[in-house]
Design a protein around this ligand. Structure first.
Ligand code: SF4
Length: 380
């Protein structure tokens, strides 16, 4: 099974913390959906497994794309690939863009999962992040999605925001929970590259949230999710039973996916490809039947590192017998040896079946644990 990701790179306004590739909505043209479908035609062979079980329209802001374009993209995917009848089809939306009617239209087109970029239920925090929607519009958006018949709704939230407290975070979580979404994605605010927020931080215009408080918010999130029946299945993701994101899980489990649109990444088990971070260059390549793709053939060391980066962030962990089968005994014994100190101090565990797991209580520091288990060259 494989997935298709479509990057819809248009935003009305750039959020201050955002490092994703996007351009202004004035660049939306009637050609965009045709180009996506043409790219699928040109690059569909990249996938070894042609059965598509998930489609994800992400961005950017897919909810800015006219409904007719969304329809043509989904129709193109259905026609040009082997889309499973029970495929998970997700669209990301901004609360400001969506009405009951629009949600009904998405439903008619076969979309069956909605991901809503709420980020916070605190107006001051939304302003700090430079979000263009209000707290109220987020709640209205969730209700409208439910009224349109969606039964698989995910809400994105951000914690670790300067000025936030345990109380403001608890407030956001409880408002979210009252809306009864099936899935929560909760990310810690990060200061990426050269975003306006990062520049303001460097200039000393504000200070990042204290690490202890961030950790406190993470702990609160964990106990909150547990008490409300959400499974903490990946560092930042929580799902009610039966609502784990199939698309995102396929990334973490190393399945194949094809990324369409500017800046989209693709992976087929042996090669990683990425489209140019430029709408113009992407368009030129597709129009000339010669996609401007960059690619990297993955060495055993890169594949091993990637396996750790993705799977150790999840409840599925990394099986060392599989590592031995895939890369050789020397990789497995390096992993076992390096993981031992974390097993001894309780930050990791090993199942009877030899699966290594990071303890959920240590997810907050999972990046540094994974880093210490990675390789820079093949072990002796
Ligand atoms: S966070 Fe989303 S809406 Fe905001 S600029 Fe980034 S892609 Fe656009």
């Amino acid at each position: 099974m494989a997935g298709i990701y479509v990057h819809i790179p248009f935003c009305r306004r750039k959020c201050l913390y955002c490092d994703f590739y996007s351009v202004g909505e004035r660049f939306i043209t009637g050609d965009f959906d045709k180009l996506i479908n043409h790219e699928l035609l040109l690059r569909g062979n990249f996938l070894n497994d042609k059965r598509i079980s998930t489609v994800y329209l992400g961005g950017g802001t897919p909810s800015l794309l006219p409904i007719e374009s969304v329809g043509r993209i989904l129709e193109g995917i259905d026609t040009l690939s082997s889309l499973n009848g029970d495929a998970e089809i997700t669209i990301e939306v901004n609360p400001d863009d969506v009405s009951l009617e629009l949600f009904r239209s998405y439903k008619r087109l076969g979309v069956n999962r909605i991901s809503i970029g709420v980020q916070s239920f605190n107006q001051a925090e939304l302003s700090f992040l430079g979000r263009r929607h209000s707290v109220e519009s987020s709640s209205v958006a969730v209700h409208n999605a439910q009224d349109a018949g969606f039964e698989n709704i995910s809400i994105d939230l951000i914690y670790g925001i300067p000025g936030s407290t345990l109380q403001t975070w608890e407030h956001s979580l409880s408002v979210a929970e009252n809306l009864n979404p099936q899935h929560l994605s909760c990310y810690h605010l990060t200061y990426e590259g050269n975003t306006p927020l990062t520049r303001r931080l460097r200039k000393g215009l504000f200070t990042a949230l204290d690490e202890e408080l961030s950790l406190g918010q993470f702990e609160l999130l964990r106990s909150f999710a547990q008490s409300k029946g959400y499974l903490h299945y990946e560092v930042s993701n929580f799902a009610k039973e039966g609502f784990i994101s199939r698309h995102n899980s396929s990334y973490w489990l190393g399945e194949e996916y094809l990324g369409l649109g500017p800046a989209a990444h693709s992976y087929n088990g042996a090669v990683r490809q990425w489209n140019p971070y430029s709408l113009e260059r992407w368009e030129d390549g597709i129009k000339n039947n010669s996609p401007n793709i960059e690619m990297e053939s993955l060495s055993a060391v890169s594949k091993y590192n990637e396996l750790l980066i993705t799977r150790l962030r999840t409840i599925w962990g990394v099986n060392t017998d599989d590592v031995s089968r895939m890369f050789g005994e020397s990789f497995a014994s390096f992993l076992n040896k390096s993981a031992q100190k974390y097993i001894d101090d309780g930050r990791m565990s090993r199942t009877k079946g030899n699966t290594l797991l990071i303890s959920p209580s240590a997810y907050f520091v999972s990046d540094s644990i994974v880093e210490n288990l990675m390789l820079i060259a093949e072990p002796d």
